[in-house]
Ligand binder design. Structure first.
Ligand code: 5GP
Length: 186
C-alpha cells in the first residue's frame, strides 16, 4: 500500500528567520524534501542557481505561469517568486514530506490549490525585533528593507488565518516546535 506524503508550508514575514529554521529542520531531518522556488530576483552573493532558487527572467517566469507549471506564485518586493508544481507532486506521491518556504500571499494560494497542506506561520517576538533582524542582515538597501517592513506588518495581521503560529524567539525552540508540528501530522 502506498502512503501519500504531506505538504507543509512555512510562511511568515521576510526576516523572521524562516530560512534559518528550514535549514536547521532539514539538517536534522534529511528525509524532508525542500522545494526549490523560481524567482526573477537577482542572485545574492553566494547563491547558486538550481540550489537556492531557479533564477529566471520575467519572460521565463511568465511562461511558467501561463503553462500552469506553478503550484503558487506571488509578486514580492518587485519580483516574482513561485513553486514549481511537478517536483512537489512527484515527492508527495512518493510519500515524502515536502516543505515550502514561501511568503504569505503564496501560502494563501496553496490553501486553494492544495487544501490538505498544513500551513505554519512563523512570528517574530516583536515588530521591533523583526526590523533589527532585517537591517542587521545587511543584504538589502534601506529602501528595500522599508518595503519589506511595510509588507511584514500586513502579513502579521493575517497570521491567525494559518493552521499553526510559531514564535521564532530562540532558534532551537522554534525548530523543535516546527518538528513536533510535522511529526504530529504523520
Ligand atoms: P528572498 O528574496 O529574501 O529570498 O525572499 C523573499 C520572500 O519570498 C521570502 O519571504 C521568501 O519566503 C519568499 N519566497 C521564496 N520562494 C517563494 C515561492 O516560491 N513562492 C512565494 N510565494 N514566495 C517565495
Amino acid at each position: 500500500m502506498s502512503q501519500e506524503g504531506k505538504l507543509v508550508v512555512i510562511t511568515g514575514p521576510s526576516g523572521v528567520g524562516k530560512g534559518t529554521i528550514v535549514k536547521s529542520l532539514l539538517a536534522k531531518n534529511p528525509e524532508i524534501f525542500l522545494s526549490i522556488s523560481a524567482t526573477t530576483r537577482s542572485p545574492r552573493q553566494g547563491e547558486v542557481d538550481g540550489k537556492d532558487y531557479y533564477f529566471l527572467s520575467h519572460v521565463q517566469f511568465e511562461e511558467m505561469i501561463n503553462n500552469s507549471e506553478l503550484l503558487e506564485w506571488a509578486e514580492y518586493a518587485g519580483n516574482y517568486y513561485g513553486t514549481p508544481k511537478k517536483p512537489v507532486l512527484t515527492q508527495i506521491t512518493e510519500g515524502k514530506i515536502v516543505v515550502l518556504e514561501i511568503e504569505v500571499v503564496g501560502a494563501n494560494q496553496v490553501k486553494e490549490s492544495f487544501p490538505t497542506a498544513t500551513r505554519i506561520f512563523i512570528l517574530p517576538p516583536s515588530v521591533n525585533e523583526l526590523e533589527k533582524r532585517l537591517r542587521g542582515r545587511g543584504t538589502d538597501v534601506d529602501e528595500i528593507v522599508t518595503k519589506r517592513l511595510i509588507k511584514a506588518k500586513e502579513e502579521l495581521a493575517v497570521s491567525h488565518e494559518f493552521d499553526y503560529q510559531i514564535i521564532n524567539d530562540t532558534l532551537e525552540e522554534a525548530v523543535a516546535d516546527v518538528e513536533q508540528t510535522i511529526k504530529n501530522l504523520i
